[in-house]
Design a protein around this ligand. Structure first.
Ligand SMILES: [Zn+2]
Ligand SMILES: [Zn+2]
Length: 325
């Protein structure tokens, strides 16, 4: 993937952020909401149809009640979940995925796919099976504009420096819970890359082809200390490699590059969730057809497009794990 920067005329990358208050960049809001292990755990159980009522969410996530309450409320506010009274018991409520919530499915599939390929727990994760053709294994990405299969190498990323600024300069919209949720240790490794908007912004820029410390610094509103700390953590997490040749240079490892699908779907979902928002600052374009990438999942076996009703997750080993099905 190559990046081109579309800086606004006269934009000064060193200028102080003057519109921080009240501005929430849509991509930042998306990472605040979805780059969270409890949220991913909630979504996983929602897709599996295991939980609707509060007590069921408590059982399945193990989260402290106050934290869970706040997270469910944030998901309702964001239009991902819908809260409605349980029929016959008007003082009790249940939470269901909305259309927008259902549209997070591809993100979860890419998270699963990455974990299965790049973390030690892969053998415990369920296999992805295309029901129609029986193919087992992770899907690939396709561009819905032209129907071709697409990887990070086939795309260009356009960065708007002014808009990117807001990804790391805005205030968090909602606080994150501190209590660990049972069973979501499986999201530990991916959280290093998407678990907060700063790490996500750095990883996203690396996917866009940014390599030099000075380039990261120019694109993001981060102190050199914070940026160094983020880069170091991403190196330790095996997402980036640091090379000393000719200055400080950071490149994605194959493991880091494999996060492309997660980011492509997060960005597409963000655009869908914030149709009125100003430019998100980040645009992925499919080089071959020139269209802004609207990704879809495709079966590697039959090349068919995959929706959530077309696949099943099969647990390949004994000792059933808590997994999407
Ligand atoms: Zn295309
Ligand atoms: Zn297939």
């Amino acid at each position: 993937m190559q990046s081109t920067e579309v800086a606004s005329p006269g934009a000064d990358p060193a200028a102080p952020p003057h519109t921080v208050v009240g501005v929430t960049n849509s991509v930042a809001a998306t990472f605040d909401l979805l780059g969270d292990r409890l949220t991913l755990t909630i979504l996983r159980h929602a897709f599996a149809g295991r939980a609707r009522r509060f007590t069921q969410w408590l059982d399945h996530t193990g989260a402290p009640p106050a934290v869970l309450t706040a997270r469910l409320a944030a998901l309702v506010d964001s239009g991902v979940l819908e809260r409605s009274p349980v029929p016959g018991t008007p003082d009790r409520f249940e939470y269901r995925l909305t259309e927008l919530g259902l549209a997070t499915w591809e993100i979860l599939v890419c998270v699963w796919s990455w974990q299965r390929e790049w973390t030690p727990e892969w053998a415990l994760l369920p296999e992805f099976v295309h029901a129609d053709c029986g193919h087992r294994g992770p899907p690939v990405l396709m561009c819905t504009g032209c129907g071709r299969t697409v990887t990070a190498h086939d795309t260009d990323v356009e960065l708007d420096r002014d808009a990117l600024w807001h990804i790391t300069s805005g205030r968090r919209r909602s606080g994150r819970g501190t209590g660990p949720a049972r069973g979501d240790a499986q999201f530990d490794e991916i959280m290093e890359a998407i678990g907060d908007r700063w790490s996500a912004a750095v990883t996203g820029l690396a996917l866009a082809g940014v390599r030099r410390f000075s380039e990261f610094r120019a694109a993001l509103h981060m102190s050199p200390t914070t940026l160094t700390e983020r880069l170091t953590r991403l190196v330790e997490a095996g997402i980036l490699d640091r090379s000393e040749a000719g200055g400080r240079d950071y490149r994605l490892t194959p493991r880091g590059r494999a996060l492309f699908g997660v980011f492509a779907f997060l960005l597409a979902w963000s655009n869908r969730a914030h149709p009125q928002s100003p430019e998100p600052g980040l645009l992925i374009r499919h080089r071959e057809c020139g269209a802004v990438l609207i990704p879809a999942l495709r079966c590697r076996g039959c090349e068919g497009e995959l929706g959530r009703r077309d696949v099943r997750f099969e647990v390949p080993v004994r000792g059933s794990r808590d997994v999407p099905d």
